[in-house]
Design a protein around this ligand. Structure first.
Ligand code: ADP
Length: 540
């Protein structure tokens, strides 16, 4: 007969993270860019006190365990306090993506049944437009003091965050409950149909934050200062707001200033050692740094994900600036990071270009996540680095069922990601495409991601998108759509010749279109549907 373990049974709860930080790392800095500009500076002990004040304030507004609180906010200290106060009270922290179109924003706030919405002053015009369509929201709380809280015409129940918490005591008895309770809610960006809600449990978040802090993943510790550019409004900023206090890392929150100059200034002045964000942010930062002949004096590592990180950009960081790029993969449905690339000692012996190519892959699954790729019939494909199929994941922080959905999203106990990938014998995974973006030419796959990355390796290319276009003979053929860097001349023949040297001959796009900009969606990714619609008849 199985023996029951005889250890304490303490639930994994988010409130414990901030209390641990207050007790063990109380004097460690948290630095935050206010929405109106200046830097705000305090520590985990004060963060915890203010989170308790907010928890008291929310209870005072009549919210109960299970109630939902929305946020439309940047990465800043008040948003951080809300992460702990809301989830710690047993309520649901629903982070809204302000880049969603207003009808989608209204949809998610109503679907989540938010009773209070916390917003940054930047988004006051957005609140003005949506408030009357969100009847359940009783209070709109501006994450600012009274002086920096704008009056919003037509919205009566606006209150300044500082006024809300000021009268509250800074002690609060965090409730203890089942670790599988819903803690935070984030909606997918809904490129197909309505956004779908993913309700993260306390357990999922705590386990992911723990798994993410280990040295070969994000690698946080009391000797690191981390700046998450990845937004707190989407996928929990990869759980860095939980992981940093857990291990006593200094935390720097950039607020709304995500331009090259703003980020570089903050990285330098706060002596940041680790940063995290999507490749587009790093492209902007790198351009600024190169144009101004600047350096990174303290940053040693940057964590990227969200879209594929081009090897060319990895090389610029590593060779030009001695900054190690680490590349991870995840999606709204996986709480934060699910797979992660790290170089082994053997990889480090390889020539630089090969090392960058390894980093450009999405890496191995973290402990706690299993991965496999399957064919269209659901058969598991070999881990040979070439057999590609849909990536399936399962694990401690992977969605089972979407919020309010009738049935599970799983297939045979695994979550189908909609990504097309290969897995090498050693377990390294590489994303080749998304199912909706795949290009099948003459029955064979062409990876739009590989083609885009190859094009981005050309020094005159600022942005690249590859879409499959219907073709009378081959079923589909790739079309390359490019944005040139300012002041750069680049013609079709030149980029096609450049690609011919880098990809298989039959992968070379049939045509190239130059545009001024590419359509970008709510999470900063290029939207391919409008491109396919616009150019769909090009090869007919
Ligand atoms: P959406 O892009 O639909 O808003 P998410 O923000 O949840 O949804 O993004 C998840 C998707 O982003 C993944 O399914 C994958 O296609 C893509 N993605 C995330 N990280 C990477 C990466 N490192 N390389 C390539 N694609 C990635």
């Amino acid at each position: 007969m199985l023996q029951p373990g005889l250890m304490m049974d303490r639930p994994l709860l988010i409130s414990d993270i901030i209390e641990h930080a207050a007790a063990q790392y109380g004097d460690v800095d948290v630095v935050s860019r206010e929405t109106h500009g200046p830097l705000f500076r305090y520590n985990y002990a004060r963060c915890a006190r203010r989170a308790r004040q907010l928890a008291n304030a929310l209870a005072g507004l009549g919210l109960k365990p299970g109630s939902a609180v929305g946020s439309i906010a940047w990465n800043n200290h008040r948003h951080l306090e809300a992460y702990f106060a809301v989830s710690g009270s047993g309520m649901v922290m629903h982070t809204c993506n302000p880049r969603l179109a207003p009808p989608q924003l209204i949809y998610v706030i109503n679907h989540a049944e938010d009773e209070v919405v916390l917003f940054d002053a930047t988004f006051a015009p957005l609140v003005k437009g949506i408030a009357e369509h969100c009847p359940r929201v009783r209070h709109w709380v501006c994450l600012a003091d009274a002086e920096n809280t704008p009056a919003i015409e037509g919205v009566a129940n606006v209150v300044a965050y500082e006024d809300l918490i000021a009268p509250q005591p800074d002690s609060f008895d965090w409730p203890v409950f089942d670790e599988r309770t819903g803690a935070a809610l984030c909606y997918t960006s809904g490129t197909t149909g309505h956004p779908k809600g993913v309700l993260y449990s306390h357990r999922a978040i705590v386990l992911n934050a723990m798994a993410g802090t280990v040295p070969h993943v994000i690698g946080l510790s009391p000797s690191e200062t981390v700046l998450p550019v990845v937004p707190m409004f989407h996928i929990n900023a990869w759980c860095i707001p939980y992981a940093a206090p857990m291990v006593g890392a200094r935390l720097v929150l950039p607020g709304p200033r995500l331009d090259g100059a703003g980020l570089h200034g903050l990285l330098e002045s706060e002596k940041v050692t680790v940063s995290a964000g999507v490749p587009t942010i790093w492209l902007g930062l790198m351009q600024y740094v190169e144009q101004n002949g600047l350096r990174f004096t303290t940053m040693r590592r940057t964590i990227v994900g969200g879209t594929a990180m081009p090897a060319a950009l990895i090389a610029r960081f590593a060779e030009g600036y001695d900054v190690e790029v680490r590349h991870g993969w995840g999606m709204t449905e996986t709480t934060a990071v699910a797979t992660f690339g790290a170089l082994t000692p053997a990889d480090r012996e390889k020539p630089a270009a090969e090392q960058h190519a390894v980093v450009a892959r999405q890496g191995k699954s973290l402990y706690g996540v299993d991965i496999k790729v399957v064919d269209e019939q659901g058969n598991t494909l070999p881990r040979d680095g070439v057999s590609q199929g849909e990536l399936m994941v399962r694990g401690h922080w992977i969605v089972d069922r979407y919020y309010k959905a009738e049935s599970s999203a799983l297939r045979d106990g695994w979550f189908p990601t909609g990504d097309i990938a290969t897995i090498e014998p050693g377990g390294r995974m590489q994303i080749r495409d998304r199912t909706k973006d795949v290009i099948k030419s003459g029955g064979e796959w062409i990876s739009s991601i590989d083609l885009e990355n190859a094009a981005l390796g050309h020094p005159a290319v600022a942005m690249a998108a590859v879409v499959g276009i219907k073709h009378p003979k081959w079923d589909e053929r790739p079309l390359l759509i490019l944005v040139r860097k300012p002041g750069q001349a680049l013609e079709k023949d030149q980029i096609l010749a450049f690609l011919s040297e880098r990809v298989a001959k039959w992968w070379v796009p049939d045509d190239v279109v130059f545009v001024d900009s590419l359509p970008v969606g709510g999470t900063g990714k290029v939207q391919k549907t409008p491109l396919r619609e616009q150019y769909g008849n090009l090869f007919r």
